[in-house]
Design a protein around this ligand. Structure first.
Ligand code: TIU
Length: 239
């Protein structure tokens, strides 16, 4: 077992049954011209989560952790886009319409893609989700069950929308979630603060909160143990 110092108390996990989940690190949210900006947000606020998440992703890869990426977006024909979601906000430009990075929040468009810094590698599943939570209308649950995953380390954007929705969905399905506070970001600093406080309040009602500085040394120790010969050959070959 490994232990990451966290709030409201230490987070204990078995590296074999934990996954790193990186939520919606897509150009559509973190760069101008995408969905985040058409909603009226300053997308630059999300960029500060990128360097620490890169470090955690790299350490998780070296540790041999199961890694899953998610993307929010819709089919090109928008058949999985609820009219309520399309209409929300009374936006001038909305989901499915052309923007500078292609059709907004549509699968396969440049804006829908995960940013280069956090590009998924072969063997790291990418879950395409039409909603905010990773469980709704996806095979996320089946992917976790197939690997006997019980705990999640969660990074991504935005803290109070897709990250929190996923953490709450996971909590009700019996998963422990550890959120790294510098690896998640919001367009609203006060929502970032309160969303994280809501997760860890009441004895960790939805999970645990820590940060990359505390998680990295723990992940790096797992790496050194595995490089001592325990890592399965299948994983070595995939790198
Ligand atoms: N608007 C906002 O803060 N977020 C989203 O619409 N999606 C995600 O959080 N991924």
């Amino acid at each position: 077992m490994a232990i990451i110092p966290a709030e409201p108390y230490d987070f204990t996990f078995d590296p074999a049954s934990i996954a790193l989940v990186i939520i919606d690190m897509q150009r559509d949210f973190v760069y101008p011209g995408g969905f985040g900006e058409v909603l009226g947000n300053d997308t630059s606020l999300l960029l500060k989560a990128v360097p620490p998440t890169e470090k955690v992703l790299e350490a998780a890869r070296k540790a041999g952790l199961y890694i899953i990426h998610t993307r929010e977006g819709h089919r090109a024909d928008l058949s999985d886009l609820w009219p309520a979601k399309k209409a929300r906000g009374r936006l001038k430009t909305t989901i499915g319409e052309e923007g500078p990075m292609g059709r907004i929040l549509v699968r396969g468009e440049h804006g829908h893609g995960i940013i280069d810094e956090l590009k998924p590698r072969p063997g790291e599943p990418v879950v395409d989700k039409p909603g905010k939570g990773a469980f709704y209308a996806t095979d996320f649950s089946e992917l976790l069950k197939s690997r006997n995953i019980r705990q999640l380390i969660v990074c991504g954007v935005t803290t109070e929308v897709c990250v929190t929705t996923t953490v709450r969905e996971a909590n009700d399905r019996g998963y422990d979630c550890l959120v790294l506070d510098d690896c998640v970001a919001s367009y609203f600093p006060e929502f970032q603060d309160y969303a994280l406080r809501m997760i860890k309040a009441q004895g960790g009602i939805f999970g645990w909160v820590s940060n990359s500085a505390k998680a990295l040394p723990v992940l790096e120790k797992i790496r050194s143990k595995k490089s001592g010969g325990q890592r399965p050959a299948r994983r070595r070959a995939a790198e």
